[in-house]
Design a protein around this ligand. Sequence first.
Ligand SMILES: [Zn+2]
Length: 485
Amino acid sequence: MTMNEAAQQRAPQQTKPQAGPQEKSQEKPQTRQPGKTMLVKHADVLVTMDGARRELRDAGLYIEDNRIVAVGPTAELPGSADEVLDLRGHLVIPGLVNTHHHMYQSLTRAIPAAQNAELFGWLTNLYKVWANLTPEMIEVSTLTAMAELLLSGCTTSSDHLYIYPNGSRLDDSIAAAQRIGMRFHAARGSMSVGQKEGGLPPDSVVEREADILTDTQRLIETYHDDGRYAMLRVVVAPCSPFSVSRDLMRESALLARQYGVSLHTHLAENLNDVAYSREKFGMTPAEYAHDLGWVGRDVWHAHCVQLDDAGIALFARTGTGVAHCPCSNMRLASGIAPVRRMRLAGVPVGLGVDGSASNDGAQMVAEVRQALLLQRVGFGPDAMTARDALEIATLGGARVLNRDDIGALAPGMAADFVAFDLRAPHFAGALHDPVAALVFCAPSQVSYSVIDGKVVVKDGQLATLELGPVIERHNRLAHELYQAA
Ligand SMILES: [Zn+2]
């Protein structure tokens, strides 16, 4: 493959200047500088995820600024552009969408006390470690987690940060996303019901509800971009029904709808979670969500492993989304989410790697493969095909995040795509169906990733950041955190 180096060197001057947070809230970057073009050509196979789910041979894309202008066989695309990517020998797919994560947890992988516990015991063991998190730790761990996602095919991610000790802020995660170049849905999580009031988290890590709402409003006003192709959106996201009050859930929904931003939380993760809901609220988790106004196209819930038939019908009727996290569900022995039934009913389902403390290997393609395998364990060999799994991780994720500008390669969509080298050992012997092979063989790394029209991974290496020093710093901080607990 070749790349037009001269064009790439020109690119930075033509990149639109990054608006500072304060500027951004006053002026949304609606006007693009026209002109910078990118031609992607000769991909062996290009998966569009368009309305007809076309898979094109010897195909490519023509991109202007941050959006796709044309998709088709190479012969039908313009012959040149400012930047040219010749992707002969590659499979190109829409960038994968990760709908659930807790990136700070990449500091606390494989902690011995939390290796063999189910959800509530796992959380109880980890809260005391996380109580020592610092702003630097949040920023560095977010960079590391995003690097892992980017290198494994993800171009858009949400992150659910719900613990803010020692002056940590969501701004620390946002700074990391802007530095590394990932499309980001930053979820302002929160916990307000500590052990003293019958909740699960220690009292030292919960916040006052008034403070939570004030800070969430500040974040929306400072950062949230509701425009098409937005690189940054803010989400209102109390941690879970067992760590915040009914009032905060209600107030959060009101605040989110006042600003037109999405809502996110954990729901019906395992049987204990359901038992807590019945005992404390006298309702199933889905009934509780309904009662609080936590259903609709602007809401998505993580896990829903134990969502019952009435809950599935409710979610389908209201367009409420689910972030399916198969590795985490297996790691914590939570069960098998009824994804097939959800999708048949019409529930929007996306994929999530979940936090790195409950899915210690947060790789996106590996998660796609695991989604397929786990549905088959639960519901038989025809429960999910490779193409179903890929659709969940692209279009499904976009729908769950309430976006129609990502998840497919078609004119008018954001220029977010990734390329896998079909000459790598993972694909050997499977080239009769490279698309299925992507899911069944699960190569661990992309060779290219383009987000918002910019090359973020080139030849298998991050192009926006030198990763070695970040990982070194990450490991030093992880050690400090572990020692402090
Ligand atoms: Zn989670």
